[in-house]
Design a protein around this ligand. Structure first.
Ligand SMILES: NC(=O)c1ccc[n+]([C@@H]2O[C@H](COP(=O)([O-])OP(=O)(O)OC[C@H]3O[C@@H](n4cnc5c(N)ncnc54)[C@H](OP(=O)(O)O)[C@@H]3O)[C@@H](O)[C@H]2O)c1
Length: 225
């Protein structure tokens, strides 16, 4: 699909990494203008160039340092290791007023991906809310979606739980979930993000235990039509 100028511009902070690059690929394919954010301008530009090569019908990916990427966008997606989460948030805070942060970060224990350790704030997304303050909305999503799926154009057999600081924040995040080719569920206030963040380590454990890379979750007994 070619670029749709009416859609929000998405910055993916950590977009040079596995999860962020996969999401950027899917949104670019859906016609969104995507800006890859990185601590390094060169790395951001190289990833954007890589995405451009992959995109069948044009697309519009560019790369910039994190703060610049956040400044130039209307929605900021965060996909960084938990160890870097608060430092990166503080670095982009000046650009976040009035914007939505969509946080996919999971507070996995360093070196132990089958274990999650929630911070004192309750979850990584709630910590993001504390750092950014009331001037920004925060939603949390994509914790159950492995990067492994995102570069394949096949349907992904896994749902996305979306939590957020307001129903509008969740609705905005759900539109991005749908644009990425996934089924999302409004899963309530940001406090519930501890549940969805916690599912990542459960799925990683199941993958290891049962010798797969594709463990996922589905919500049953509810209808979206
Ligand atoms: N991978 C998955 O399948 C998956 C699924 C669900 C959720 N998540 C979550 O998404 C987040 C990103 O995961 P990932 O697998 O994409 O990680 P990754 O491949 O290691 O990439 C993360 C990116 O974060 C940036 N970054 C910023 N500060 C960093 C630091 N101090 N150390 C290392 N990288 C830093 C790096 O970009 P620059 O160097 O360009 O700044 C890097 O490319 C994690 O919180 C993870 O738990 C991942």
């Amino acid at each position: 699909m070619s670029l749709d100028a009416d859609l929000p511009v998405i910055a993916v902070i950590g977009g040079t990494g596995k999860e962020g690059k996969g999401l950027a690929y899917r949104w670019s394919q859906a016609g969104y203008r995507v800006i890859i954010g990185s601590r390094s301008a060169e790395k951001a530009a190289a990833t954007a160039e890589e995405l451009q090569q992959l995109l069948a019908s044009g697309g519009a990916a560019s790369g910039m340092p994190n703060l610049e990427a956040a400044t130039m966008s209307t929605v900021v997606v965060l996909t960084v290791p938990y160890e870097a989460h608060s430092e990166i948030l503080k670095s982009i805070r000046p650009a976040m007023h009035g914007k939505l942060l969509l946080d996919a970060t999971v507070p996995l224990q360093a070196g132990k991906p089958t274990r999650v350790l929630m911070p004192a704030a309750g979850s990584a997304a709630q910590e993001a809310r504390r750092i950014l303050g009331e001037g920004s909305e925060v939603a949390a999503a994509f914790h159950t979606i492995s990067h492994d799926h995102l570069f394949k154009n096949d349907p992904i057999d896994c749902d996305v739980l979306v939590t957020g600081t307001s129903s509008e924040a969740r609705a905005q995040a759900l539109r991005l979930v749908t644009a990425a080719g996934l089924r999302g569920w409004d899963s309530g206030p940001l406090e519930n993000s501890s549940v969805s963040e916690g599912l990542t380590s459960v799925l990683i454990h199941i993958n290891k235990k049962y010798g797969t890379r594709h463990a996922g979750i589905r919500i049953t007994g509810a209808d979206q039509d």
